[in-house]
Design a protein around this ligand. Structure first.
Ligand code: NI
Length: 169
């Protein structure tokens, strides 16, 4: 099932998600639907608040469905180590057409649970590092637009309002 993706300024995007405590078939079906939704939208990461569920669940696949080994499910994830800095352009499925450069850690180590509740750790560099930080931010209700300078944010928000008025958002 493909979910509609909510766009800024839906309030669910700016609320911290609830931790997951039940690792049941319903959760696994939801995760499968999140992958389906992300692939349909050509994304490489999707967080549950973006499909209007305020829960700490995110899926990531840098291959966008081309390599099954790249599929990652991160439930209740937390960043346990950060190293270095990178400054690259990011987009977000909840901000169509908006791309901004964001400062992120160059490498992160993340601890998370899989869809069966088993804890694991994963390390990401460069694009994967940015993607993990962007998605975990979503679970904290933090949007990438709030990680850029106030001036650039105002310009982006003005663009969004213009698109909203034109019925393009
Ligand atoms: Ni996003």
């Amino acid at each position: 099932m493909i979910f509609p993706i909510v766009k800024y300024p839906e309030p669910v995007l700016q609320q911290p998600g609830e931790p997951v405590t039940e690792f049941d078939d319903a959760l696994r079906a939801f995760v499968a639907d999140m992958f389906e939704t992300m692939y349909a939208a050509q994304g490489i990461g999707l967080a549950a608040p973006q499909v209007n569920r305020s829960r700490r669940i995110t899926v990531v696949d840098l291959s966008n469905g081309k390599d099954p080994e790249k599929k990652m499910v991160l439930i209740n994830p937390e960043i346990v180590e950060r190293h270095g800095k990178i400054y690259e352009e990011e987009g977000c499925l909840s901000f169509p057409e908006i791309r901004e450069k964001v400062v992120r850690a160059a490498r992160v180590r993340v601890r998370a649970q899989d869809a069966h509740g088993k804890w694991f750790e994963v390390e990401g560099e460069e694009l994967l590092s940015r993607c993990l930080q962007h998605e975990i931010d979503h679970l904290d209700g933090v949007l990438f637009i709030f990680r850029i300078s106030g001036l650039k944010r105002d310009l982006a928000l003005r663009r969004i309002r213009k698109m909203q008025r034109a019925g393009e958002w």
